[in-house]
Design a protein around this ligand. Structure first.
Ligand code: ADP
Ligand code: MG
Length: 371
């Protein structure tokens, strides 16, 4: 008798969803990215009980069209990508069409949405666990979309317990991520609040729709932080070398070896005299073409150079790597936080040289206003 059988659809959906939405961080990341992709200039993130009870993200973006209500939360349904080839010229955060369907599988989930042409008559959308639309009802809503995720992981007891146990740390990680989005997103107003079960609603931080990342940093971290910083503006040119350094890179990655690569590193970093005075991991933000991501090797390289000028402190880092979309791959993990950089070794070498040069020419005196 055959022992190999297909896994039943609902179970497959749950298994896959648990890889897209791995923790509280991924919930918030997916919702905020959707708001940014929808062209929002105002984003409110509201937590209840640090996210354990509820996470709500409200935006003033373009809203969801009635024709899309049926498909909005279906797996692999997206308005952002239609073929594999589009991945190389991607200019949206999302593209896999998995976040909303995964949230349907792992939380109590609903959407409120209204478009400009709908006036104040918005719609509330409720979904099955599978992501299929269950019902729509009229609800008052401002232009834009509000996505509510209640009791995340209520049906995955182990993960739910872990989250409850580590909620302080998890919530801290989420705030760092939101700070990164708020700093990089020029022209977007962010407001982040939390309400504990018996407490008042507290605004954790907020930004104005500023025109520069510098102003965003002042809103998030305070004006004092800025005094310690110097501008990062490195132009790194690398000669072509020998193919992708990580196995499994896609074909187009190999094509990119034919050309020399140019990377600009833009942002702000502490001047060596002005470290944060402690391990500032929550104040080190890395982006590739404005997409917040994990860049452990880049982080290590920058911290090493900094250490060679200031042994006792860690820098504030806000570093955006601007590069050709052909020179990296964001489709490495379902949560898209890991990025595969083409020719990373050459990039790191060039980065270290550029940064050392910058620090050697940086003013090492302490500004009067901080003395
Ligand atoms: P992806 O972002 O990869 O497309 P998602 O599951 O996150 O997949 O979202 C599915 C679709 O729902 C998006 O492609 C978009 O069309 C729509 N959508 C999601 N969130 C919003 C939002 N805040 N405003 C407008 N449309 C949205
Ligand atoms: Mg998305």
């Amino acid at each position: 008798m055959a022992t190999i059988k297909a896994i039943e659809g609902r179970s497959v959906h749950q298994i896959q969803s648990g890889q897209v939405i791995v923790d509280l961080n991924s919930v918030v990341k997916e919702l905020v990215e959707n708001s940014l992709d929808a062209g929002a200039t105002s984003i409110d993130v509201r937590f209840k009980n640090q996210g354990l009870d509820s996470v709500e993200v409200q935006d003033n973006g373009k809203g969801i069209a009635p024709d899309d209500y049926e498909t909005v939360a279906l797996k692999h349904h997206t308005s952002k990508l239609s073929s594999y080839e589009d991945l190389t010229s991607l200019d949206t955060f999302g593209f896999r069409g998995e976040a909303l369907s995964s949230l349907c599988a792992l939380s109590k989930f609903h959407i409120l949405t209204a478009r400009l042409e709908d006036g104040a008559a918005g719609k509330r959308l409720d979904f099955e666990v599978s992501g299929r639309l269950k019902s729509t009802s009229v609800a008052s809503a401002q232009k834009g979309t509000t996505v509510s995720v209640d009791e995340i992981f209520y049906n995955l007891p182990v993960r739910r317990k872990e989250l409850e146990k580590n909620i302080k740390r998890e919530y801290g990680k989420v705030l760092s991520l939101l700070q990164a989005y708020a700093c990089i997103s020029v022209g977007v107003r962010f407001s982040v609040s939390n309400q504990m079960v018996k407490g008042k609603k507290i605004v954790v931080f907020s930004t104005k729709p500023n025109t520069t990342t510098k102003e965003n940093i002042v809103n998030v971290y305070g004006a004092k932080t800025l005094l310690a910083l110097t501008k990062l503006d490195l132009h790194l040119g690398m000669e072509p070398s020998h193919g992708p350094s990580i196995q499994g890179a896609r074909n187009w990655s190999t094509q990119a070896t034919d050309r020399s690569m140019e990377v600009q590193v833009q942002g702000h970093i502490s001047r060596p005299v002005f470290g944060e005075g402690r391990q500032a991991a929550d104040r080190q933000m890395f982006f590739v073409n404005s997409r917040p991501c994990h860049l452990p090797q880049v982080s290590k390289a920058i911290n090493e150079v900094y250490k060679s000028f200031n042994v006792s402190q860690s820098p504030f880092i806000f570093a955006n790597l601007v590069m050709d979309t052909n020179s990296y791959d964001v489709n490495v993990s379902p949560d898209k936080r890991t990025i595969m950089l083409h020719d990373q070794t050459a990039l790191l070498g060039s980065l270290k040289t550029g940064l050392t040069d910058l620090f050697e020419h940086t003013d090492h005196t302490i500004p009067q206003s901080t003395l």
